[in-house]
Design a protein around this ligand. Structure first.
Ligand code: NAP
Length: 304
């Protein structure tokens, strides 16, 4: 078993990373680093530099804090010769992740910029089905309730927090993985709450007849759909990439038996064993381009 440290013990670390590591035969949770969060029975550090100095026996760190503070941790870990796993989005800017990728290569260690939604059950079957077909239209509807998924997390509305692109980038990570040919943003409308710095809703137009509707104000049932029409029929991914429909019929597909986070840790184990990295910036580039091209619309103030 390889020792891993979890850094940034908050919602996603506790909801997903801790159980995924506990259920894996590849990994042992050997330490946590967090200013306040801990995991029972696991040695806890509050200072990352101290962890790096005192625990050379832990070769892998998994960074679970929000994107804004993450770069400094990733850089320090890579400089200390550790393999690094990044939560999504991999950074607050495109260039900082490129810098991390170059540093990882220079250091001869693994950098894995994870996209958990790419591990959803319907994603690989959809990618295989779309391969060799020509996409004529695609639409993403990604509408959820920010108060439910990010209770009190003001960082999502601070600069670098991505706003509605925090969930929307999950859809973009699937889209960029399954489309047989790349697309690019051609226009965007971004709705900013009057009292916040990131959008709460976004409507995106891409080349090739592709569009997206992201909204963080949907209460009740949540919608995470990607519908793709082709010259040879239609495919839809529902429930965040977990349900596959072909020509309107739900199909079982080649469903993975793993959950998204166990699959991420299994992939990290392979990357480390192979001495490889996996850093795909395509979803983050679409978000950056939406911010470059976006028309700003001011909407109602938002309070948690
Ligand atoms: P969170 O609970 O608000 O933050 C995670 C932890 O990061 C906090 O508990 C905090 O630990 C640490 N942290 C926060 N600000 C920091 C700072 N300025 N410097 C150092 N550490 C800081 O956020 P989250 O929901 O877990 O999300 C974290 C990442 O996971 C995001 O990139 C998000 O997109 C991704 N993610 C979240 C979800 C979800 O459902 N929430 C799902 C998938 C992926 P300490 O205060 O103890 O240091």
């Amino acid at each position: 078993m390889t020792k891993v440290a979890l850094v940034g013990i908050g919602k996603i670390a506790l909801d997903q990373h801790v159980p995924a590591i506990a259920g894996s035969g590849d990994w042992e949770l050997a330490a946590t680093v967090s200013r306040s969060g801990t995991v029972p029975g696991v040695p806890a550090f509050t200072d990352f530099a101290r962890f790096l100095a005192e625990r050379p026996d832990v070769p892998v760190v998994s960074l679970c804090m929000p994107p804004m503070p993450r770069y400094a941790y990733a850089e320090a870990a890579l400089r200390a010769g550790r393999h690094v796993m990044l939560e999504k989005p991999p950074g607050a800017t495109v260039a900082e992740v490129q810098a991390l990728a170059a540093l990882a290569e220079a250091q001869g260690v693994t950098l894995f910029a994870t996209w958990h939604s790419r591990m959803a059950r319907a994603v690989e079957p959809a990618r295989a089905w779309l391969s060799g077909r020509t996409v004529t239209r695609a639409h993403i509807t990604w509408r959820e309730d920010v108060r439910h998924w990010h209770p009190g997390q003001d960082w999502v509305f601070e600069p670098g927090g991505l706003g509605v692109f925090d969930p929307g980038i999950n859809a973009l990570s699937i889209l960029t993985h399954i489309l047989p040919a790349p697309v690019h943003i051609t226009g965007a409308e971004l709705e900013f709450p009057a009292n916040r710095d990131t959008p709460i809703a976004a409507r995106l137009a891409f080349s090739g007849g592709v569009s997206a509707d992201f909204d963080w104000r949907q209460t009740g049932p949540q919608t995470w759909d990607i519908e793709v029409d082709t010259d040879g029929g239609a495919v839809a991914l529902r429930m965040g990439g977990n349900v596959l429909e072909i020509d309107g019929e739900t199909v079982a597909g080649e469903a993975s038996i793993m959950g998204e986070y166990p699959a991420l840790y299994a992939r990290m184990a392979r990357l480390v064993a192979d001495g490889a990295s996996d850093v795909d910036l395509a979803p983050l580039i679409h978000v950056a381009d939406a911010m470059l091209l976006g028309r700003r619309i001011v909407t109602d103030p938002f309070h948690f």
